[in-house]
Design a protein around this ligand. Structure first.
Ligand code: DGL
Length: 280
């Protein structure tokens, strides 16, 4: 299981927290961090020019994650890096922790912690991208920490594309959800982890399909709590308790990012800065 790194960075609490995802999904984590830690500065990178990650080989996602983290560290000197993407966490968390001298946190461990707290029957589900589910990260983590828990995982290809198009409630996404969630319904789980940071934007649709007996769990809040805990324990928490700034970068269409991003995240998402990769 992913272990929260608590080694101190260079001890400068007023530096920003850097965060990245393939696109809009990590905004669910950004929202939770802004709400819990409003005094912290945040730099968010959405790699919309190269999304989706979930259908790419994990080696390639690892390369992208390393490239983005290196860039964020070089340009913004963050005090912490949050990998706000399950696929990138599965592919690259341990590599990033070896490479980067400040704390690096992913979304898999926090999400799983919430899921295991919520279940009372011990039968749980995780949905994620093809890459995340195929990586076996959740399956391994459960087998190591709570072998008595029955876990069923399902990949949900197509969900991310609906979110990136801003379609979270149409009949088409509902039909897809009914098909992709059928194995989870058949497994009679009482809790379902949205193991892709895009999926909380589809929570109404997923919740309608799964029914009231299944509690949906998102990794966003628990990840924000983990960020707060690490900042406190390493002395890296900003002395400010409000007034943190947010900065957003995208490798894709910045106007589209600003438009949909504001709808998904809220008013903190203002100007979006462009970032171009040489290789895509
Ligand atoms: N939001 C990401 C995740 O949590 C990746 C989605 C994608 O680009 O496929 O897995």
């Amino acid at each position: 299981m992913e272990i929260e790194r608590v080694a101190s960075g260079s001890g400068i609490p007023e530096r920003p927290i850097a965060m990245f995802d393939s696109g809009f999904g990590g905004l669910t984590v950004a929202r939770a961090v802004i709400d819990l830690l409003p005094g912290e500065d945040l730099v968010y990178f959405g790699d919309t020019g190269r999304y989706p990650y979930g259908s790419r080989p994990l080696e390639q996602v690892r390369e992208f994650a390393v490239q983005i983290s290196d860039r964020l560290v070089a340009d913004y000197d963050p005090k912490m890096v949050v990998v706000a993407c399950n696929t990138a966490t599965a592919a690259a968390l341990s590599v990033l922790r070896e490479r980067i001298s400040v704390p690096v946190i992913g979304v898999i461990e926090p999400g799983l912690r919430s899921l295991l707290e919520v279940t009372s029957t011990g039968r749980v589900g995780v949905i994620g991208t093809v890459g995340t589910v195929a990586s076996g990260s959740y399956q391994r983590a459960v087998a190591e920490s709570r072998p008595e828990v029955e876990l069923v995982c399902a990949a949900c290809p197509g969900f991310v594309e609906f979110v990136e198009r801003g379609d979270t409630r149409s009949d088409q996404v509902r039909v897809l959800a009914e098909r992709l969630l059928a194995p989870i319904q058949a497994a009679d789980v009482d809790a379902l982890l949205l193991g892709c940071t895009h999926y909380p934007f589809l929570a109404r649709t997923i919740g309608d399909v799964m029914g009231r007996g299944v509690t949906l769990v998102s990794s966003a809040d628990e990840t924000a709590f983990a960020v707060a805990r690490i900042l406190e324990s390493t002395g890296l928490r900003s002395s400010r308790r409000e007034g943190g700034t947010q900065r957003f970068l995208s490798s894709g269409d910045v106007d589209a990012f600003a438009h949909l991003g504001r709808r998904l995240l809220g008013p903190e998402l203002g100007v979006v800065e462009a970032h171009r990769w040489d290789i895509t």
